[in-house]
Design a protein around this ligand. Structure first.
Ligand code: GDP
Ligand code: IMO
Ligand code: MG
Length: 431
């Protein structure tokens, strides 16, 4: 029986991680975010009520669950306060009582968003299609060892000194390299100062607290953001985010030792989507892609940009399985495939005249891959809200079985709707 489960995206993000984290949170004492920032958009629907979380762990709606933001996350104090206020307005008045923020988190400050926008604009056609939230520039400051950290919020005076120094550097770059007007120092500083008092009491030694859960034998969830192929090392560089999104990051980005984790749930949509630029071999530019986008309401949860849609890509998922040591899969949005005549699965690629069955590591090769499809029958019946595997149409069962066979990995969960209980539990990760 697993005790510490990592949930992460096996594709390019938006696989439905938030829904599965929320579902499994009933069984845990702690939910931990370990990378990314408020570029994530994790949708949780409970009794038809929709909440989109960006920075806060998806366990925040549950009473009696501690929510942690680990040091691998880039934390925007203003975005955090805005998100907490949104929850208070929805009646979740005690959200801050169960939230702990790693004091070693790097801060994402208002100038980072301006830098992100300036860089994307300068890239023109070659833009990455970032969320323009400042995620990349915040990680740049972190690895350049010039960034501010959450612990810098403790002393307001020294915070202002450090803020001023870094602000001046970025303001110089923006004006002199990007030809932008000067930044408004007072406005930016005031924005952050207004958030400090709210963030400061939430700071904690997160690794020590997580170890205490471990010693206590608590069940815990580690919630990935983005997806495997947006990983800075293992994704489709440079069309990636600026953090590691693979399973190993759960340990690094939270300070929870790697051997304490015992289950990795890889979440994959029953098809594939991607927001932003970059290669996508199984992308559909026809009416089928448009149908998936429409039925699946495929618009980014953070930016509302249309998501690109395509068939399920097994070579990509095969790579995901070993990059993340995936124990079992959560297959989401099966209901979106209802009513299709035929469903294609990409089972291999043709690359430079050869057939390969695992996505290549070099992005240029990946871009040159042509999908090889296997055609499976679709189903007319509705799978929406179905809660048992046996109740699925024969062709849907066959589709899922074929995925397991091709990936040599079992499917633990299948989701059939947005709501918390629209799910088929084949194997519960917590036993
Ligand atoms: P995340 O970033 O991985 O948490 O995923 P997002 O929340 O960005 O996007 C997933 C979207 O699919 C959300 O709108 C979910 O409510 C929705 N969703 C999740 N599972 C299902 C499902 O089984 N069926 C349908 N129709 N929608 C789903
Ligand atoms: P969740 O957690 C899908 C994509 C952006 C862009 C690239 C870099 O909801 O799955 P960034 O702003 O991170 O510098 O953008 O990464 N991206 C996501 N795509 N889901 C997300 O989060 C994403 N967060 C970033 O579209 O291509
Ligand atoms: Mg999302």
């Amino acid at each position: 029986m697993a005790k510490r489960v990592v949930i992460l995206g096996a594709q390019w993000g938006d696989e439905g991680k938030g829904k599965l984290v929320d579902l499994l949170t009933d069984h845990v004492k702690a939910v931990v975010r370990f990378q990314g920032g408020h570029n994530a958009g994790h949708t949780v629907v409970v009794n038809n009520k929709k909440t989109i979380l960006h920075l806060l762990p998806s366990g925040i709606l549950h009473k009696d669950v501690a929510n942690y933001i680990g040091s691998g996350v880039v934390l925007s104090p203003t975005a955090l306060v805005e998100e907490l206020n949104g929850l208070y307005a929805q009646g979740v008045h005690d959200a801050n009582k169960r939230l702990y923020i790693g004091d070693s988190c790097s801060l994402l400050l208002p100038y980072h968003a301006v830098l992100d926008q300036a860089r994307e604009t300068a890239l023109g056609e070659g833009a990455i299609g970032t969320t323009r939230r400042g995620i990349g520039p915040a990680y740049v400051d972190k690895v350049a060892r010039m960034g501010l950290r959450a612990s810098d919020l403790i002393q307001t005076e020294s915070f202002i000194d450090k803020f001023t120094e870094v602000f001046e550097y970025h303001d110089f770059i923006l004006q002199n390299y990007y030809g932008m007007p000067a930044l408004d120092f007072k406005k930016m500083l005031d924005e952050v100062l207004a958030a400090i008092e709210i963030v400061r009491p939430l700071l904690a030694d997160v690794p020590a607290k997580l170890f205490a859960h471990y010693k206590n034998g608590d069940q815990m969830l580690f919630e990935g953001a983005q997806g495997t192929f947006l990983d800075i090392d293992h994704g489709t560089y440079p069309f990636v985010t600026s953090s590691n999104t693979v399973a190993g990051a759960a340990s690094v980005g939270s300070g929870f030792g790697p051997l304490y984790v015992d289950y990795v749930l890889g979440v994959a949509k029953a098809y594939t989507t991607r927001v932003g630029s970059g290669p996508f071999p199984t992308e559909l530019h026809d009416h089928i892609g448009a149908r998936l986008a429409e039925r699946g309401d495929e618009f980014g949860a953070t930016t509302r940009r249309p998501r690109r849609c395509g068939w399920l890509d097994i070579p990509l998922l095969r790579r995901s399985v070993f990059l993340n040591s995936i124990t079992a899969l959560g297959v989401t949005k099966l209901d979106i495939l209802d009513g299709m005549d035929k469903i294609n699965i990409c089972v291999g690629y043709r690359l430079h005249g050869k057939t390969i069955d695992v996505a290549p590591s070099i992005p240029e090769d990946f871009k040159a891959c042509e999908p090889i499809y296997e055609e499976l029958p679709g189903w007319d019946e509705s799978t929406f809200g179905v809660k048992s595997f046996d109740a699925l149409p024969k062709a849907a069962k066959h589709y899922l079985k074929r995925i397991e066979e091709l990936l040599q990995t079992r499917i633990a969960l299948v989701t059939t709707g947005q709501d918390r209980d629209e799910v088929i539990i084949i194997e519960h990760p917590f036993g």
